[in-house]
Ligand binder design. Sequence first.
Ligand SMILES: O=C[C@H](O)COP(=O)(O)O
Length: 244
Amino acid sequence: MPHPPRLLVSVRNAEEAGIAAAAGADLIDFKEPLQGSLGMVEPATLRESVACLRQQFPECVISAACGEVLDWDGIAAGVLPAVQYLKLGLAGLASHSDWKVRWTKVRRTLSAGVEGSESPSWIAVAYVDNELAQSPPVEEVIAAAFETGCVGMLFDTCSKGEGRLLDYLSEERLISLTAEIQQLGLLVAAAGRLSIDDVSRVCQTGVDIIAIRSAACLDGDRGGSISSEAIERFRTAMECLVER
Ligand SMILES: O=C[C@H](O)COP(=O)(O)O
């Protein structure tokens, strides 16, 4: 197997963050799952939750979802806590020829609202169900991620219905895109209603990070509560592959 990926778990508040970190998540991603694939946690909750997590788990790598570019039309960004990575989606922008300009403009505004002096690093998000999401095609997002200084790429589904990552992106394509992106010096993360049954196939693709919300929740219900047993089971499945 290529290098073992790290596990990212998406959480909606400090309580869930503590549970996920204690259950073995390497990265904690703040996101409000009821607000869509990249739903943003309200800034005050985000600030409190990040402070609390940093106190309990100082080594934890933290990311935060910032919604979609189109969510920010005419809306001011609040003060955001300093985290390692931020993500902003491109849903609805496929037909906008100026999508890169709009994306980088919102990123700049959000970055300016981040506490502290360090600029956050951005992870670009390519929706693999781009026709449903009406977002730019995966290849265009990869090129733009590199051009505009993102440090990584996340492949994810925008729709959180039935479709999963590998329904839209074959393993072969994920392998070749991952190698291409890593050669550019960017990290690759994979998400999209991944379940324990997907672990072996996704680990073989060489991605750096496996990102989950549904599989971390009771009964796979991404809008429900996080379950420490579900995260431990997922973590164990990843570790078993490394030990083989
Ligand atoms: O960043 C990862 C997503 O939160 C994954 O969510 P999901 O497992 O429900 O597709």
